[in-house]
Design a protein around this ligand. Structure first.
Ligand code: PRX
Length: 646
C-alpha cells in the first residue's frame, strides 16, 4: 500500500481513522456495536458461519449453565484444515511463516502455505505412528522457530491437545505441566540462541521428563550442539518426518473438543491449565485478527510474543493463518546484536502490522536514537498488549515508529479470553493514549463495584464480562473445576466473569485498564504470581518465610522484590544469589527477584496473614497506613530501615 496518512487528530488530542483508512477497513461503521449488542449470539453465529469452515453445522449456537457455557454445539471442524487446507487453492505459494533467526548472518526461512501444509501433515503422521490418540496431550517445549507452529497444527490435525511451555521456563515448570497432563510425548529442540550464546534446551527437557509419563521425545536440530541421547526414547524430528507420508487426513473434531491447554499463573503457588476448545476459539481468533489488525492479503504481521504465551498462540499462529496472512516470527532478542535489530526486521520484511508489548516499547525508546534512520513506510498498524501502556510509551511508539500516521491499537485480553476483548477497531477509532478502547462487538464488558453494582462512567472498579460469554473464552481449568469456579465465577455469581483487573470506562464506552487486583505481577508483560515465587523461594532450606511484592520499574512495568526471613542463618551475598537462583530453578529467569531484603519478621495480622499492603507501601516509600491490627507492629519500622538503606 502506498504511504498514506491513516489517522487524523481531533482538537482534544484524540486520534481517529482517516478517510483512506476507513475506506480500506473491514469495519468502519459504529453501528456494528449496536447491532451486535442486540443479539450477540446471532452476531457470533453469523461470524462462525462466515469465517470458519465446518464439516457439519452446529445444532445449537449457545448454551449456558453456570459456570459453564458452550458454543456451536454439535458443530464439527478441524483447526489445521482451517489454517492450511482452505488456503491451498489460492494461496499455495504465499508466505505463511517468515522466520528470522537471531544471527543476521544465518539464512532466514520462508514457509509458503504449501510448505507449512506438508510439514504439518508429515509431523501429524509421525505423531500418529508414535501412538498419539485424539484427546491426548502432547507437550511442546520449543524456541521461536517454525517447528513451534508446525507442532501445534500437527496436534490439532489429529485431534491431540497441545500444551506449549515457554522455552525459558525451567525444567521444574515443564515437569509440573507434563505431570499434571500425563503427557507421553514431548517435542523440543537441542538448543537455541540467546545473545549469541547457545542454550541447551534438551538438557532442561531431560531433567523435566524424569519421573513423568514421557516415553518419547522428538528433538529439532536447531544448533547442532552435543546433547544427551537416550536411544529408545529420543528421536530426531528430521529423521521421523523425512520418512513420513505427506498427507494426513484431518480428524473431525467437535466444536467443544479441547484444542489446547495453556498454563498460566493464578493466585496460588501452582499455575493452572487453561482449557480452550476448538470452534469458539477459532471463531474469535479469526475475527479479532482480521478486524483488530485490518488484515488484508498484502499484510505481514509481526506479533513479537513467544508461542509459549497466549498472544503467540492466537496472533503468531491461529489468527493470521486462519486469515491466510503472513506471520513473521523472530528467534532472538530485539536488541541483538545491536539495539536497532527490531527496526532492521521491520524494514527488511516490510512489516505492516507490528504488535508488541509496552515493556518492549519502553526498551525501544530507551535506545531509540537510531530509529529515525529506518524506513517504516510499510507499517499500517501498531498494536500493544500485555500491560497497561503509559502515556510516554504510547507517545513514543506512535511518533517514532508509527510516524504519526499509523493507528495504535491497545488490546486488552487474557490467557483465559483466548482472543482480544477490548480495543479500538482501526476503521472506527478512537485512538486515545492509555485507553484500551471498547468491548469488542458481540461482547459485554463492564465495571462493577465490590457489591456487584454497575459503576457509572469514570469510576474505577472491577472489570467483568457479562453473559453471553465470548466464544474464545476458557472452558475450564484442567483437572480443577473448583479453581475454575472460585477464580472466575464466585466473586459476583451467575452470569458474571471476573477478570481480576481494575478498570474504568469513559462516556463513550472506552476502557482504561488500571492493572491486576490480585497477586499477579506482570514482569515485562509476563504473568507470574507472587505466590508461585514465594513457593519457589521458601523451598530454599535456609528460608523460613518470604513475601514477594511488586515494585514499579521504568522498563519492565513491574518487578518482584523478595522480603525474606531466614532460619538460623546470616544474610550474605551468597544467600542472595541462591535465593535469586531459586526463582530461576523453579520458574525461569523472567521471575528473578530484582532485589532481596533479609528481614527479621514480616508484618502479620493476629491470624498470621502477611500484610502485603504495608510492604507495598514501604517499598513505594508511601505512608504505611493503619498498623493497629498487626500482631507485630514493631516489624514495620525495622523493615523500613532495611529498605531505606538500599
Ligand atoms: O492485567 C491484564 C494484563 O494482562 C493480564 C493477562 O495476562 P496474560 O494472561 O498473560 O495475557 C496477556 C496477553 C493477552 C490481564 O489480566 N493486560 C493484558 N493486556 C492489557 C493488559 N493490561 C492493560 N492493558 C492491556 N492492553
Amino acid at each position: 500500500m502506498k504511504k498514506i496518512k491513516l489517522i487524523q487528530k481531533s482538537k482534544k488530542g484524540i486520534y481517529w481513522p482517516s478517510e483512506e483508512l476507513k475506506k480500506n477497513a473491514w469495519i468502519n461503521k459504529n453501528t456494528i456495536y449496536k447491532k451486535a449488542e442486540k443479539d450477540p449470539v446471532k452476531f457470533w453465529e453469523n461470524l462462525a458461519a462466515e469465517g470458519i469452515i465446518w464439516d457439519k453445522k452446529w445444532t445449537k449456537t449457545y448454551h449456558e449453565k453456570h459456570p459453564y457455557f458452550q458454543w456451536f454445539i454439535g458443530g464439527k471442524l478441524n483447526a489445521s484444515y482451517n489454517c492450511l487446507d482452505r488456503h491451498l487453492k489460492d494461496k499455495k505459494n504465499k508466505a505463511a511463516i517468515i522466520w528470522e533467526p537471531e544471527s543476521p548472518e544465518e539464512k532466514n526461512r520462508v514457509l509458503t502455505y504449501h510448505d507449512l501444509y506438508s510439514e504439518v501433515n508429515k509431523l501429524a503422521n509421525v505423531l500418529k505412528n508414535l501412538g498419539v490418540k485424539k484427546g491426548e496431550v502432547v507437550g511442546i517445549y520449543l524456541p521461536m522457530i517454525p517447528e513451534g507452529q508446525i507442532a501445534m497444527l500437527a496436534c490439532s490435525r489429529i485431534g491431540a491437545i497441545h500444551c506449549v511451555v515457554f522455552s525459558a521456563f525451567s525444567a521444574e515448570s515443564l515437569k509440573y505441566r507434563l505431570k499434571e497432563t500425563r503427557t507421553k510425548i514431548l517435542i523440543t529442540a537441542d538448543g537455541y540462541y540467546r545473545k549469541g550464546e547457545i542454550l541447551n534446551l534438551k538438557a532442561k527437557a531431560d531433567e523435566a521428563v524424569k519421573k513423568t509419563k514421557v516415553k518419547k521425545i522428538i528433538v529439532v536440530k536447531r544448533t547442532g550442539i552435543k546433547i544427551n541421547w537416550k536411544k529408545e526414547r529420543d528421536f530426531w524430528w528430521h529423521d521421523l518426518t523425512e520418512k513420513a507420508d505427506s498427507y494426513c487426513r484431518p480428524k473431525i473434531m467437535d466444536s467443544e473438543d479441547t484444542l489446547f491447554i495453556l498454563y498460566t499463573s493464578g493466585t496460588t503457588g501452582k499455575p493452572k491449565g487453561i482449557i480452550h476448545t476448538t470452534g469458539g476459539y477459532l471463531t474469535q481468533a479469526y475475527w479479532t485478527a482480521k478486524w483488530d489488525f485490518n488484515l488484508h492479503d498484502d499484510d505481514v504481521l509481526w506479533s513479537t510474543s513467544d508461542i509459549g504465551w497466549i498472544t503467540g498462540h492466537t496472533y503468531c499462529c491461529y489468527g493470521p493463518l486462519l486469515n491466510g496472512a503472513t506471520s513473521l516470527i523472530y528467534e532472538g532478542m530485539f536488541n541483538y546484536p545491536q539495539s536497532d535489530r527490531w527496526c532492521e526486521i521491520i524494514e527488511k520484511y516490510g512489516v505492516t502490522v507490528f504488535y508488541t508489548s509496552p515493556t518492549a516499547i519502553r526498551m525501544f525508546a530507551k535506545h531509540g536514537d537510531n530509529v529515525k534512520k529506518f524506513d517504516f513506510a510499510s507499517l499500517r498498524i501498531l498494536g500493544s498488549v500485555g500491560e497497561p501502556i503509559d502515556k510516554e510509551a504510547w507517545g513514543w511508539f506512535f511518533q517514532n515508529v508509527g510516524r504519526k500516521r499509523c493507528p495504535l491499537i491497545d488490546t486488552w485480553w487474557q490467557t483465559e479470553t483466548g482472543g482480544t476483548l477490548i480495543n479500538s477497531l482501526p476503521g472506527i477509532g478512537p485512538f486515545i493514549p492509555t485507553m484500551a478502547g471498547r468491548s469488542f462487538p458481540g461482547t459485554r464488558l463492564t465495571i462493577f463495584d465490590d457489591d456487584g453494582n454497575v459503576l457509572p462512567v469514570n469510576k474505577e472498579g472491577n472489570l467483568v464480562q457479562l453473559s453471553p460469554f465470548a466464544p474464545g473464552m476458557l472452558r475450564g481449568v484442567y483437572k480443577n473445576p473448583k479453581k475454575y469456579l472460585e477464580t472466575y465465577w464466585n466473586k459476583f455469581g451467575k452470569g458474571i466473569y471476573f477478570t481480576s483487573d481494575g478498570a474504568w470506562k469513559d462516556r463513550q464506552g472506552n476502557f482504561r485498564i488500571t492493572g491486576r487486583l490480585d497477586d499477579i505481577i506482570k514482569i515485562a508483560g509476563h504473568r507470574i504470581s507472587t505466590a508461585e515465587l514465594e513457593d519457589a523461594i521458601t523451598r530454599h532450606p535456609l528460608v523460613a518465610e518470604c513475601a514477594v511484592i511488586p515494585q514499579s520499574h521504568e522498563i519492565k512495568g513491574s518487578v518482584p522484590i523478595a522480603l525474606v526471613v531466614l532460619k538460623k542463618a546470616k544474610p550474605s551475598l551468597k544467600l542472595t544469589r541462591e535465593i535469586v537462583k531459586q526463582a530461576e530453578t523453579f520458574i525461569g529467569p523472567i521471575a528473578r527477584p530484582e532485589q532481596v531484603f533479609f528481614v527479621e519478621d514480616l508484618p502479620k495480622t493476629r491470624s498470621g496473614k502477611i500484610m502485603r499492603r504495608i510492604l507495598r507501601n514501604i517499598l513505594a516509600d508511601k505512608p504505611v497506613g493503619d498498623i493497629s491490627t498487626l500482631a507485630n507492629p514493631e516489624s514495620v519500622e525495622k523493615i523500613k530501615k532495611i529498605v531505606s538503606k538500599s
